[in-house]
Each structure stands twice: as structure tokens, then as C-alpha cells.
Design a protein. Sequence first.
Length: 231
Amino acid sequence: MIIYGRNPVREALRGPRVVSEVWATSGAARERWLSAAGVTVHLARAEEITARCGSDGHQGLCAQVSAYRYWSAEEALAEPTGVLVALDQVQDPQNLGAICRSAECAGARAVIITERRAAEVTPAVCKAAAGAVEHLPIARVRNLTDFLEQAKEAGRWCYGADGSAQTAYDTVDYGPGPVLVLGAEGRGLRPRVAASCDALVAIPLRGRIESLSVSAAAAVMLYAATGTSGP
């Protein structure tokens, strides 16, 4: 995989993935963290880097990295504490990246995505996440409702984000290891997924548009959940 952008490359060098080669413009190659990384750096023109990574948003850097290793459901549920963020067929790479960035910054244990009809970890997601995916585990599951049942059996409470819910997101005691469940752009949670949640919560909207983006909603709920002291 070729990733691009200064933060994604820098965090890949700090994370568990193998970075085999880096291509950098003369200006980007002067970054101290890059020269100290001990990786092969090839000087290249900006247009050459654009051609190699397929984007002009590379900020003068791209790198060849090993494939991303996803967690299993069992790994995500191995510890009883730590917030999990479960995404119901979120397909926009920018939203997935932004959610991962917020989840990593908030100290979440992992993000859960589905194997089908969902964005996966691509170079665009790495860029949108500013490299957060290098430090945040992401698990892929075949069936989200099955995963939520597993989570509940493991003692976790599942809270779905639903704009029509009667319970406000900031009135809930999320406890030490909640699962925050957020739906796809536009249609929200699928009925079966919503029914699998222990409770549905809403984020009040006081403006004129009808909804937050899923990434903004995730950030709001993450900090509500991680700021709540459970029993």
C-alpha cells in the first residue's frame, strides 16, 4: 500500500506497520523525524509523488507500507473496558478517517467496521485520519448485529445514535466499556442494528439543518462516553 501525507507517513514510521521506502521532495526530506527514521528515502519531484500515490494531497511525501492488519471481533472484546465505536456500513473514506482520528484522540479501544458495504483502511482513510489508524485497532466483522450480541454477552452496553431518540446523549452513564453504534451517512442505523442496541440516544440539534455528519456525531459521543465515570 502507498500512503501519502506528512502525518500518515510519520505515524506509520512510529507504528507497527513496516515502512519499506519513502519518496520525498527535497523540502520534505529535510524533516528531522524522517532523517532519523532509518528508512530508505528517494528524492522525487512533486509530480512524481502525485503519480505514485494517485493524489496531489501528499504534502511532498508518500511511502510504501505493509498491509493493514485488522483485529478480529474476539480481539476487540478481549478487554472489558475501553470504548468501542461500531459503524453500520459507513462508506465515506473521509468520515471513516475522521472517526478514527477522534477515536484515537479520545482513547477508544477500537473501531468496528463491517466487511461489506463499508469503507476500509485505504490511503485516503489514512490521510483523513492524520495517521491515527497506525495506532488505533480496527476490527472487521461480517455481521454487525452478531457483533453487538457478542458485546452484550461480554458485559458491554450498546448505545446507538438516532436523531429521533428520546434520550439525550449527555444524560447517559455509559459505564467503563460501552459500544457506540453509528449509522451510515444519510440513512442512519439499519432497523436490525438499532434493535440490537440496549438504548438509542440523540444529539440535540439547535440549528436549521437536519443532522450532524457521522464523524461529528462520533466525536461528540466519544467524549461524552470517555468523560463518564462508570460503576
